[in-house]
Design a binder for this molecule. Structure first.
Ligand code: HEM
Length: 221
């Protein structure tokens, strides 16, 4: 029971991270027989009737749907990791190293899947055809680098530089947001969360909030 109390954070992240993948795997089949077709085959995604009514189409290629879903989850987990410190400032909630590692690795996996799915249906060179894709690519490289250094061995190896390097996650968050804005996808919620996060980290605001929290805790005792 004690073990579960200590480790529930990363277990929850792993469960949450696997749900969208299970959904996507249901749409996927493997082609072992016919070399003239792609190896990975996605079923088309059928829009729910109320959305299909508003649009001219009732389905979209499954691979495009998978690319959208993985992009959405990549930015959600990226924002989740960037919100660990603001949540600690605001409510005193701490996020264990294991939980942060699990969120970081999940962000990397989803960003990589999002990119690989794009490359599968558009080709590698298409990545460098538009500024918004290049910006997404830069975010993806940073997130990937952070993912492979999210372990104790890298922490030991990079020492003080580890913290500095991992501050690049803020930059990745900004690049990912610019990418989504330029792709003309829904970005307001993501921008608001990122904005509030940055505001709470701003030293004068941060120390004010922390003072209030300490005062409240003292009066409680
Ligand atoms: C950390 C890196 C990245 C994040 C967090 C990210 C996130 C997102 C998000 C949230 C969307 C909107 C999805 C929707 O609701 O439709 C999106 C769309 C898109 N992204 Fe990314 N992205 C990243 C990197 C990339 C890269 C490297 C590429 C390709 C070179 C790319 C290509 C696209 C494309 C083509 C769309 C339009 C929707 C689609 O058809 O998939 N993204 N991205």
């Amino acid at each position: 029971m004690n073990w579960l109390k200590k480790h529930w954070g990363w277990i929850l992240v792993c469960i949450l991270a696997s749900l969208p993948l299970v959904n996507l795997l249901e749409m996927l089949s493997f082609n072992f027989e016919d070399n003239t077709y792609a190896f990975l085959l996605f079923d088309d995604y059928e829009y729910p009737p109320h959305i299909a009514d508003q649009m001219d189409f009732d389905s979209m290629p499954g691979i495009k749907y998978a690319s959208q879903v993985t992009g959405e989850w990549a930015i959600r987990f990226l924002l989740a990791i960037l919100m660990c410190t603001p949540l600690r400032i605001l409510f005193g909630w701490t996020c264990s190293l294991y939980t942060r590692q699990a969120i970081g690795i999940t962000t990397g996996v989803y960003a990589l899947l999002h990119f690989l799915l794009f490359v599968t249906y558009e080709g590698v060179l298409a990545t460098f055809s538009e500024p918004e894709l290049i910006i997404g690519f830069l975010a993806c490289i940073i997130v990937f680098f952070l993912m492979i250094t999210s372990n104790k061995r890298s922490m030991k190896w990079l020492k003080k530089t580890w913290k500095k390097v991992h501050r690049l996650s803020y930059f990745a968050g900004i690049l990912a947001l610019i990418h989504v804005i330029l792709m003309k996808e829904d970005w307001v919620l993501y921008a608001s969360i990122l904005g509030v996060g940055f505001l709470l980290r701003y030293k004068p605001i941060r120390s004010k909030i922390e003072q209030v929290r300490v005062k409240k805790a003292k009066t409680k005792n």
